[in-house]
Design a protein around this ligand. Structure first.
Ligand code: NAP
Length: 487
């Protein structure tokens, strides 16, 4: 296999819009620049779609829908399986591309490639398990049958933080279910999605089933699609404010929606927990993706008997991490995605410190090029600090204490979000009681990562509606039709 270099991956990725199986330039000829967050320099340019291009992409998805819905489930499954194999074969290329446009280290990008590809393998197996049911009506006179059918053309809008996996966990079940789609990746990280679309064409996905639109005039290009009655579903992963706006637009035609939105994960360490295991879990829950994950632990609540030991050990691990460009050897933590994200993290830390928090390690941005922020541990963080309410989306761990289980549960639930919570305890009964009391869609018990393609990922409250992955993931792309038959 040829050596994977920055230049080779940047040259090989298509730069156009994929519409109806053809790669084409934007109709206005405009392009958008993709930056390297480690240097702030431009890596390359891709097409910048106009409103007409967006409409053409939906036209193509609509035109392909009925034939695609009729394909054999096994064929759709085999296609996903072939794509899984190819992504795995080309893991180094995908990892390099992702590191270049998003910033995380190559090791982390490889982890995302494995995780992202796994959605294709999982849904390749689910494609052939779509079924309905048959029942005798309670009065015995009629028969009740249900059948599952693809929802229809889907619009998928994805964020920059997991450029591959946030796409595959939507595209996988849509292909398995027989839906066509228009995908719009985040403008910071379009390259990984363009490479994925190219690979799907290579394994034989029919023209028009997957169309990709990259644009800087996002709202203008997306809104007409969301309001187009031919669109049957909108699936969005991104921030809660944008999700809210899209739900409003979707309400016009009662569009089916799935929303994977923001999080504000609490991380609870009870007095009987194994501190070293909790610290290892905390490193994963906090530092995966430099803290730029909706599942990132945002608030650490530690029982007062363990707080000092936990904070000291966490600070030691955080302080030992090496910052640098994700492509370099020996680097543990890459840059944040852009200047705005870096400045937001700085402002949240400054606010917490002004309100009384103490900096144990880190506490500031790194000087020089790129959007780096030092891994940071704060203690004595008051509940009034902004970072107790807002997603930090950076490598900052604020630690507070609690004295009773009730207090821990109250603080954990005191947020508009409800995506994921983590808890560490050696008491089985406490683990279950607290899991039941937490108002979150997912709970990690004695583990700092919950994401798994075989499990239903998703939140409650302002963290969204719907589930991705698991048996539930394909249901989001299927309609249930009931046929009643008299004998
Ligand atoms: P974002 O600003 O909401 O952007 C997400 C996507 O929405 C991007 O593709 C963006 O396009 C697009 N978008 C922005 N404004 C739009 C509009 N008016 N109409 C249509 N599309 C629009 O979020 P982000 O900063 O990229 O991602 C971080 C957020 O995602 C965090 O809140 C995180 O918690 C959340 N997230 C949630 C999950 C989950 O599963 N719950 C997973 C990952 C991330 P442009 O790039 O062109 O603006």
């Amino acid at each position: 296999m040829a050596t994977v270099t920055q230049q080779s991956v940047l040259e090989s990725v298509p730069k156009g819009l994929l519409i109806g199986g053809q790669w084409r330039d934007a109709s206005g000829g405009k392009t958008l620049a993709v930056d390297d967050p480690a240097t702030g320099e431009i890596l390359t340019h891709v097409a910048d779609a106009s409103v007409a291009d967006g409409k053409a992409a939906l036209d193509a998805a609509v035109a392909a829908q009925s034939d695609w819905a009729r394909t054999a489930p096994r064929d759709r499954g085999e296609l996903l399986r072939a794509a899984y194999e190819k992504i795995t074969e080309r893991a180094d290329e995908f990892a390099m591309l992702m590191t270049l446009e998003m910033g995380k280290t190559l090791a982390e990008s490889r982890g995302e490639v494995a995780y992202g590809a796994e959605f294709f393998r999982w849904f390749s197996e689910e494609a052939v398990r779509i079924g309905g049911r048959y029942a005798v009506a309670p009065n015995g006179a009629t028969r009740l049958m249900t059948m599952k059918q693809p929802v229809g053309p889907v619009l998928m809008i994805t964020p920059w933080n997991f450029p591959l996996a946030m796409g595959t966990r939507k595209i996988g079940p849509a292909i398995a279910a027989g839906c066509t789609m228009v995908v719009k990746p985040a403008s910071q990280t379009p390259l990984t999605m363009l490479a994925l679309a190219d690979l799907l064409q290579e394994v034989g996905l029919p023209d028009g089933v997957l169309n990709v639109v990259t644009t800087t005039t996002t709202g203008e290009v997306m809104e007409p699609l969301i309001r187009d009655p031919r669109l049957r579903k909108l699936t969005f992963t991104g921030s809660t404010p944008v999700g809210r706006k899209l739900i409003e637009q979707a309400s016009q035609q009662i569009l089916r929606v799935s929303m994977e939105l923001g999080g504000n994960a609490p991380f609870l360490v009870f007095g009987d927990a194994d501190v070293d295991k909790a610290v290892t879990g905390a490193m994963l829950a906090k530092m995966r993706n430099m803290g730029e994950a909706c599942t990132a632990a945002n608030r650490f609540y530690v029982h007062e008997s363990l707080a000092e030991e936990f904070s000291a050990k966490l600070a030691e691990r955080m302080g030992a991490l090496t910052l640098g460009r994700g492509t370099e050897d020996g680097v543990d933590v890459g840059p944040l995605v852009d200047e705005k994200s870096r400045d937001k993290v700085s402002a949240l830390v400054d606010d917490a410190v002004a309100k009384g928090a103490k900096v144990v390690v880190g506490g500031s941005a790194r000087e020089g090029a790129g959007w780096f922020y030092q891994p940071t541990v704060l203690t004595d963080v008051p509940e009034t600090a902004d970072l107790a309410r807002e997603e930090i989306f950076g490598p900052v761990a604020p630690v507070s204490t609690f004295s009773t289980d009730e207090e821990a549960i109250r603080m954990a639930n005191d947020t508009e979000y409800g995506l994921v919570a983590y808890l560490f305890t050696n008491d089985l009964s406490r683990a279950l009681t607290v899991s039941e009391a937490l108002e979150f869609g997912m709970v990690g018990v004695n583990q700092g990562i919950v994401s798994n393609p075989a499990a239903p990922f998703g939140g409650v409250k302002a963290s969204g509606v719907g589930r991705e992955g698991g048996f539930e993931g394909i249901e989001e792309y299927l309609e249930t039709k009931y046929v009643g038959m008299a004998l």
